[in-house]
Design a protein around this ligand. Structure first.
Ligand code: XLS
Ligand code: NI
Ligand code: NI
Length: 455
């Protein structure tokens, strides 16, 4: 894995964040809201810089495209100045300027976007393709100027009304073909921008009632669609990772990519396991009644932990609230899984999170990302301390020690028949179960949170 460099500050023709300079690390005692308290990109943790461990990315859609603050009851409250231009391409170029000014000041090494985040799609396929090509050139220039790289891009196959019944899983073939055209253009943009991953989030790939749905056909079509995309991507030189982002519901009642386990089964069944990994989003995990760490562990167990969409849900509300992550104890458990899996390779930590509707100042975008980055940085320090100290790992190893040698090891090798197992059991009752020590282990996490040095 190559070492990432700091971003070079960038301002376009006009500055959108004029009062704000590059965000510096000032340490835990700083009272400057526009400084990092923990995230020190150059600090070494387990032999790697924080920048290289966490591989932060900003999500274009939540922070720069036109929808900030809208909800089912009212329009946007955040009037982004870069979105005021009237023609689509100048609006898009100013948006790119704002995004790269923001990201370079924040000091993130990566960004992520949907095709229609960078430019409105227009009213024909040809217009869409032309605009995306032009914006790919604009983005490439800004990547070059700042050193910021593309973590992933994706096709928005869910907002346009043509996708109301699905994209790859639409009952009408002409819509499936239209979706494929979008993915083709997005893969070309990805390769031109040197993307590290390419994401599929099945926004409308699901059903709202079984009464009108052929779920088997729809899922076979999804697999055929993904195979065609993989083959095309590889044929034009995409060497990165294809990622599927599970989510159980919203916007459809039931989404086929329900959770990590469902997607892993699907990928294996469809012969796609070699090219695809998972992009795990915290808030999608909780919507599926799992913890973030559970989804990460499930992906890691299948060797498919690719990347993460960092955010948090609301403990009371049952939808994707996409709040910025701030819950450090929760993140410690997530980072333990990530470090246990050897860290990210092509993936990273993408903030798929948005400001609350009442947070209407551009400065709020900085506060939100700074808080998320500090929370992850602290979780990284604490998780690393727990790993260095080793008790958790040692406890878990010890708990399974009966499989390390002798009959337990023979069982794991598949050498013991059911009859042989019965004979072993006839020797007497199993020994009294040892304690699982859950409370003790939970206390270790809290103790590490309290005692791990900040720098
Ligand atoms: C929506 C998803 C989406 C994907 C990219 O819930 O999180 O934002 O990350 O299409
Ligand atoms: Ni997401
Ligand atoms: Ni989401």
């Amino acid at each position: 894995m190559s070492t990432l460099k700091p971003a070079t500050p960038f301002t376009g023709r006009e500055s959108y964040f004029p009062g704000i300079g590059p965000i510096a690390y000032e340490g835990s005692r700083s009272r400057n809201p526009l400084a990092f308290k923990v995230y020190n990109p150059e600090a070494l943790v387990a032999g790697k810089t924080m920048r290289d461990h966490l591989r932060f990315a900003v999500a274009y859609w939540h922070s720069f495209t036109g929808s900030a603050g809208n909800d089912p009851f009212g329009p946007t409250t955040l009037d982004y100045p870069w979105n005021r231009a009237t023609d689509a391409l100048s609006r898009a170029t100013r948006r790119a300027d704002a995004a790269f000014e923001f990201m370079s000041k924040l000091g993130v090494p990566f960004y992520c976007f949907h095709d229609v985040d960078v430019c409105d799609e227009g009213d024909s396929l040809a217009t869409y393709e032309g605009r995306l090509k032009e914006m790919t050139r604009v983005l490439a220039e800004r990547q070059e100027a700042t050193g910021i790289q593309l973590l992933w891009n994706t096709a928005n196959l869910f907002s346009n009304p043509r996708y109301m019944h699905g994209a790859a899983t639409n009952p009408d073939f002409s819509v499936v073909a239209r979706a494929a055209a979008q993915v083709k253009a997005c893969l070309e943009a990805n390769v031109a921008l040197g993307g590290h991953n390419y994401v599929f989030w099945g926004g409308r790939e699901g059903y709202s009632t079984l009464l009108n749905s052929n779920t088997r056909l729809e899922q076979e079509n999804l697999a055929a669609f993904l195979r065609a995309a993989r083959d095309y991507g590889r044929s034009i030189g995409f060497t990165g990772t294809f990622l599927i982002e599970p989510k159980p519901m919203e916007p459809t009642k039931h989404q086929y990519d329900f959770d990590a386990a469902t997607v892993i089964g699907f990928l294996h069944r469809q012969g796609l396991a070699g090219d695809f990994k998972l992009n795990i989003e915290a808030n999608h995990a909780t919507l599926a009644s799992h913890s973030f760490a559970h989804e990460l562990q499930t992906a890691a167990d299948a060797s498919m932990l690719g990347s993460i969409d960092a955010n948090r849900g609301d403990p009371q509300n049952g939808w994707d609230t996409d709040q910025f992550p701030t819950d450090i104890p929760d993140l410690v458990q997530a980072v333990l899984v990530i470090l246990g899996n050897g860290g990210f390779t092509t993936g990273g930590v993408n903030f798929d999170a948005k400001l609350r509707r009442g947070s209407v100042d551009l400065e709020d975008l900085f506060h939100a990302h700074i808080g998320g980055m500090d929370a992850f940085a602290r979780a990284l320090q604490v998780a690393d301390a727990l790993r260095q100290e080793g008790t958790l790992e040692e406890f878990r190893r010890e708990r399974y020690a009966s499989f390390d040698e002798g009959q337990g090891a023979a069982f794991r090798r598949g050498e013991l028949s059911l009859e042989a197992l019965r004979d072993i059991a006839s020797a007497g009752e199993p020994r009294r179960p040892g304690s699982g020590r859950q409370e003790y282990l939970e206390n270790l996490i809290n103790q590490a949170l309290l005692t791990t040095p900040l720098a």
